[in-house]
Design a protein around this ligand. Structure first.
Ligand code: ADP
Ligand code: MG
Length: 651
C-alpha cells in the first residue's frame, strides 16, 4: 500500500495554529500590545475600526526590527525571546512561543512597518493569508506599526462567528485595560472609529486606575501592601460601599500577567465578610508577585488560569492582607447598609436640598394599554378600575414601584363578578390558560381579558375564592375555577414588565418623564462608548440624554416606568446583558433592553406584597399576551386541577 501521511503546508498549519491563538479581535489586540511592551515601547497606540473586525493597528516606539527580522517574525516559532528550553524557566517577556504573528498573518491582511533607532530607513511588509505580497524600504519613525485588516477574511465561518460590534469592542477594551493596568509607566492611546476612548498618560498605578475607571475612583481606593517570603501583594481594593451590584472591576495580576482565579477571588470576598451585602461584588486591582518557579509557567497564550504551588498559603495571606487594610483604613465602622441607597448613588443631588423643589411625579393613571382595553363585556369593572389604578403599589423593599402597575385593576375585579361565561367544569385547567389555542377569531388582547379570566377564576358568588395568598414571599397562590394556580411573583412580574416595555419601545411614542434636574452618572469610558452606541435605542425606550462626556452621561429624561433611583442599576444591568447577548438574525437591541429592564425592575423573591399588589400582579399577568412564561422562558405559573389535587389524596 502506498504511503498516505504528508506534512501540512505551512499556511495550513498556521491557520490551524491561528484557531488557537486568535479567537476574536481582542486576541490580536492582546498579542500586538504585548509585543510592543516586549519591544520596550514607552508609548503605544491602538487604533480600531468596527470593533477590530475591519482594522486593528498597534503603533509603538519600541526597538523595532531589522529587515531580516521583519521578514522572519511571521514565521512560526520565530521568536527573539527564548533560545533554549531552559530559558522557559526564566521568562521576563510576555511572549515566547513565536506563534502570534504567524497565526495572525495566516488569517488577515497584515501590514508591518518597522525601523530600528540607528537605521536611516525602515521596512514595510504586506502579507495576506501567510503570503508576502510586498516588501519595501520606507521612511518611518523608530518603532513598529502593525495593521491587521479584515480579520478572518479567508475563514468566513470564523468571521460569522464574531459577535456584535458592541460585544467585540467590550472584549478588546477588557484586554486593553488589563495591559494598561500592568504598565502605568507606558502611555496608551485607544481610538475606536476615530473617536478617542482612552488617552492614558504615563503615571503611577493609582492614577492609571483613576484614568481608566473615572475620577470618582480616586477616593474609593484602599491601598494594599504586603510582603512575605512566598508572595508580595500590592494594589488596591475598592471600599465596600462602592461594591458593584452586578459586576466588580476585579483584576488579579500575577507577575504582571492578568489572571482569573475564582479561588483567590474567594479569598478577597472573604476578607470583605460582613461589609458587603450578599448580592454585591467588591472591586479590586491586586498585583501578586511570586517566584516564577512556584507557578505553572507554561501558560497557554490565550488562557488566563494559573496554577500555584502553595495555593492554601496564598489564600490565607491574601485574605488577611485585604482584611487588615480594610481595618487600617477604617473602612468598616462607617458602613451602614440600612441607609438610603440613594445617598450612595453618584447623582447630582446637591441641587435638590431646597424643600421647595417639587417632587417628580408620574401619572399613576397612565396606562400604556389603555387604547386596547375595553371592558364592556363586564360593566361592573368600570367603577372598580379607577380605585384599582389609583392604588399605587409601594413594595416593602422601599423601592418605588408605583409606575410598574399602570394597568387597570379592573380586569382583576372582573374575576369576582358573576360571569355569563360558563365553561365546562371538566375543562382541563391548562388548556384554559392556553391563549393561543383558545382565542376566538375576533379576539385580541381585550377579548382575552374579558373572557379568559372569567373562565379561569370562579365567580365570587359561588365561593370565597379568587383571593390570593403569598407563600414564602415568593409565590402567589390563588383559587381558580378548576383548582388552584401557583404563580412565581418575580417571574410573573418580569413578564408583565417585559411586555409593557416592548410595547412602549416599539409600538408607541416613547413615554418619557423629564427629570427636573438632569442626573449625571459616571461610567468608565468604555461603558460610555457602549451606551453611546445604543443611544437611539435607549431614546426609543424613553431615555433622554443631555450630554455625553468621557466619564459620564447626563440624563434628562427617563422612561415613565422607572424611577430616578433605578437608573444606574438599570443601565449597568443593560451593559452586562448586551455584553452577553448572542446575536442572531432576529437580534434586536429592543428585545435585549426590554428583557434587561424587566429583570432589573421586577419585584424580587423576598418582597412582601400587599393583597392589592398581589391582585394587581395576577391581573396584569393574565392580561399579558404570553402570560405563561417569563421573558427568559421560565414558567410563570402552574395550575393544579381539582382532579390532580384529588389524586394526591386518593392514592
Ligand atoms: P513572541 O512574542 O512569542 O516571540 P510573536 O509572533 O508575537 O512571538 O513575535 C515574533 C517576534 O517578532 C518577537 O519575538 C519579536 O522579536 C518580533 N516582534 C514582534 N512584534 C514586535 C514589535 N512590536 N517590536 C519589535 N519586535 C517585534
Ligand atoms: Mg508575541
Amino acid at each position: 500500500m502506498s504511503d498516505i501521511i504528508q506534512l501540512l503546508p505551512d499556511h495550513v498549519a498556521n491557520q490551524i495554529a491561528a484557531g488557537e491563538v486568535v479567537q476574536r479581535p481582542a486576541s490580536v489586540v492582546k498579542e500586538l500590545l504585548e509585543n510592543a511592551i516586549d519591544a520596550g515601547a514607552t508609548s503605544i497606540k491602538l487604533l480600531l475600526k468596527d470593533a477590530g473586525k475591519t482594522l486593528i493597528q498597534v503603533i509603538d516606539d519600541g526597538k523595532g526590527m531589522s529587515t531580516t527580522d521583519a521578514r522572519l517574525c511571521f514565521e512560526r516559532h520565530a521568536t527573539s525571546k527564548i533560545r533554549k528550553a531552559e530559558d522557559l524557566f526564566n521568562i521576563h517577556t510576555k511572549g515566547f512561543r513565536g506563534e502570534a504573528l504567524a497565526s495572525i498573518a495566516a488569517i488577515a491582511h497584515v501590514e508591518l512597518k518597522t525601523k530600528q533607532e540607528d537605521e536611516e530607513l525602515g521596512t514595510q511588509i504586506k502579507i495576506e493569508g501567510s503570503k508576502v505580497s510586498s516588501q519595501e524600504v520606507v521612511s518611518t519613525s523608530k518603532g513598529t506599526s502593525i495593521a491587521v485588516k479584515n480579520l478572518f477574511f479567508n475563514i468566513p465561518a470564523r468571521r460569522n462567528f464574531l459577535k456584535s460590534d458592541s460585544i467585540e469592542t467590550r472584549h478588546v477594551v477588557d484586554e486593553f485595560q488589563r495591559v494598561a493596568l500592568t504598565h502605568p509607566d507606558i502611555s496608551f492611546l485607544l481610538h475606536h472609529n476615530n473617536n478617542e476612548v482612552y488617552n492614558l498618560r504615563k503615571s503611577n498605578l493609582r492614577q492609571r486606575i483613576v484614568s481608566i475607571f473615572g475620577s470618582k475612583m480616586n477616593e474609593r481606593l484602599v491601598p494594599i501592601n504586603e510582603q512575605t517570603d512566598i508572595i508580595t501583594v500590592a494594589g488596591f481594593v475598592v471600599k465596600p460601599e462602592f461594591a458593584k451590584k452586578k459586576r466588580g472591576e476585579q483584576f488579579f495580576f500575577v507577575n504582571n500577567r492578568f489572571i482569573k482565579s475564582s479561588y483567590l477571588n474567594h479569598a478577597v470576598v472573604n476578607a470583605f465578610e460582613g461589609l458587603l451585602d450578599h448580592s454585591s461584588h467588591p472591586s479590586y486591582f491586586l498585583y501578586l508577585e511570586v517566584p516564577p518557579n512556584t507557578i505553572d509557567i507554561n501558560i497557554h497564550p490565550t488562557k488566563t488560569e494559573i496554577k500555584f504551588d502553595n495555593e492554601k498559603a496564598l489564600y490565607a495571606i491574601l485574605r488577611a492582607t485585604v482584611k487588615h487594610s480594610l481595618g487600617q483604613y477604617n473602612v468598616a465602622p462607617v458602613l451602614d447598609f440600612e441607609r438610603d441607597a440613594n445617598l450612595d448613588t453618584p447623582y447630582n443631588y446637591s441641587k435638590k436640598d431646597t424643600p421647595s423643589v417639587p417632587p417628580i411625579t408620574v401619572d399613576p393613571n397612565f396606562n400604556p394599554f389603555k387604547s386596547e382595553n375595553n371592558f364592556q363585556s363586564t360593566p361592573n369593572t368600570t367603577t372598580s378600575s379607577s380605585s384599582g389604578s389609583s392604588n399605587s403599589s409601594n413594595y416593602s423593599s422601599g423601592n418605588n414601584y408605583q409606575t410598574n402597575y399602570k394597568k387597570d385593576a379592573g380586569s382583576w375585579e372582573a374575576l369576582y363578578t358573576d360571569s355569563s361565561f360558563e365553561s365546562d367544569s371538566n375543562t382541563d385547567s391548562d388548556s384554559d390558560l392556553d391563549i393561543n389555542s383558545d382565542i376566538s377569531p375576533v379576539s385580541n388582547f381585550t377579548s382575552f381579558e374579558s373572557t379568559h379570566q372569567e373562565q379561569l377564576f370562579e365567580s365570587a358568588q359561588e365561593t370565597e375564592t379568587g383571593k390570593t395568598f403569598q407563600i414564602q414571599k415568593k409565590y402567589l397562590l390563588s383559587s381558580i375555577k378548576s383548582g388552584v394556580v401557583l404563580i412565581h411573583q418575580s417571574l410573573a412580574h418580569q413578564r408583565v414588565l417585559y411586555e409593557e416595555f416592548l410595547e412602549n419601545i416599539t409600538v408607541k411614542e416613547a413615554s418619557s418623564q423629564q427629570l427636573l434636574f438632569p442626573v449625571t452618572i459616571s461610567f468608565s469610558s468604555s461603558d460610555i462608548e457602549m451606551i453611546y452606541s445604543i443611544k437611539s435605542d435607549l431614546e426609543s425606550a424613553g431615555f433622554m440624554f443631555d450630554e455625553f462626556t468621557k466619564e459620564s452621561v447626563v440624563i434628562g429624561g427617563i422612561p415613565t416606568s422607572i424611577t430616578e433611583s433605578q437608573i444606574t442599576l438599570i443601565l449597568e444591568q443593560l451593559l452586562d446583558d448586551i455584553k452577553l447577548e448572542v446575536p442572531d438574525a432576529s437580534f434586536s437591541h429592543f428585545d435585549v433592553m426590554a428583557k434587561s429592564f424587566a429583570k432589573s425592575l421586577a419585584i424580587k423573591t423576598g418582597t412582601i406584597l400587599s393583597l392589592k399588589e398581589q391582585e394587581n400582579l395576577v391581573n396584569n399577568l393574565f392580561s399579558c399576551k404570553e402570560p405563561s412564561t417569563s421573558p427568559f422562558g421560565k414558567p410563570t405559573f402552574k395550575t393544579l386541577s381539582l382532579q390532580e389535587i384529588d389524586s394526591i389524596f386518593n392514592k
